[in-house]
Design a protein around this ligand. Sequence first.
Ligand code: SDX
Length: 429
Amino acid sequence: MKKAEMLVEGKKTFDLPIIIDTMGNQSLDIRNLRKQTGMITYDPGFGNTGSCQSQITYLDGEKGILRYRGYAIEDLVEHCDFVEVAYLLIHGYLPNKKERERYADLLNRHSLLHADMQSFFRRYPDHSHPMSILAAMAVSLSSFYEINLEEDPELQIDLTVTRLMSKMRTIAAFSYRKMKGTDFVNPSYTYSYCANYLNMMFSSPVVPYEPNPVHVKAMNKLLILHADHEQNCSTTAVRLIGSAGGNLYSAVSGGICALWGPRHGGANQAVIEMLDQIYQDGGDVRKAVERAKDKNDPYRLMGFGHRVYKTYDPRAKIARETCEEVLKELGKRDPLLDIAEELEQVALEDDYFKEKNLYPNVDFYTGIIFRAMGIPTNMYTVMFALGRLPGWIAHWLEWHHDPFERIGRPRQLYMGPTARAVPPIAERE
Ligand code: SDX
């Protein structure tokens, strides 16, 4: 076992074991640090902290590499659909034809929502953000579809995974119909996963509707791009809730809430709002770049920068290509794509962005594709959540099956007042 020597205050040295992962990356094992030295580490935002060992996703931020269970993201979007990739993340291997067909059939069989759940939607204010509905409905699934671990626990968990994968898509579509004030459209066994979703969103009794194959292909690609990303903020939230023994529905609900933040999955909505504002203001991208560089201005280039990627996010590259393909196949142009591409060019030539390694991330182009598909802005993060769902499930299962996993409970540096007596209220100023 490789070890690192740690010198404390110039005298005592401690050996810290080094763990080497599959890709040769080295980590200091500090599990006994406090016991040995009385000290803890300090790492706000956990930028230098490994929270677990995982076999699901590998990413290299310097080289722009992303692999799910060892398969490169570029190959997965080229050769698979989203249901296959969800199966890969959850089960650890790509399904063969028979397994894929059986899984698709299972997802269809579990795609309906309990009738009483449908009445929940009607109680939400019309202006509700669909992410608030999604988070609430996800945890409510545990009331309607109880997980009885007294029975065959693994079968119960398998059933819960399938229900989540299928019913979240229905909940997402229903939240859109709720916003539009139109009746819900139930899932149909005649459609594939993505076509079903689009049909539940857009079909109408008064005009013929068939999901556009260009939209279906683009949605498969986009959900694959979002399917997992190792220990990002929302996945860490899912693992943390799971580590307390929280059930899968509640853990996913927590993940949805974390993803909603504009620094995380909410950025795809913020990107379109930013691009549209630049467009409305006359298209001056240089002004936006200058504002983003100004320390006194809270304005940030949304869709730019990443905690791990210090080069072009491989997903952004695929999203940009898909964006151009979709608009071309639909015979559309979108001025926001022109602005996005110009903004990217100006930023990437600017020293501020170069020095800080700020590149477009997954959220920079995806919103333009959703827009071309007719999906409204406030549904973009819901689309991200639908994509990320198999990743969240895979990480919850990995915790659940890890015999050595412990409840997540970080320490802190206390910087508050030292001990003091409580003054009687009459003596308080
Ligand atoms: C996702 O973790 C994941 O894997 C997430 C994700 C996933 O798949 O799960 O990839 C999905 O969340 C992508 C990120 C989407 N968010 C955005 O696009 C919002 C805009 N980006 C920033 O808020 C920021 O880049 C973060 C939140 C993404 C990353 O923040 P970090 O790693 O904490 O970086 P930082 O805030 O410490 O920034 C480092 C420097 C700072 O300047 P200094 O204080 O060093 O002078 O870069 C600057 C920042 O001010 N900076 C930006 C910037 N992002 C960082 N300046 C202008 N515009 C930006 N977008």
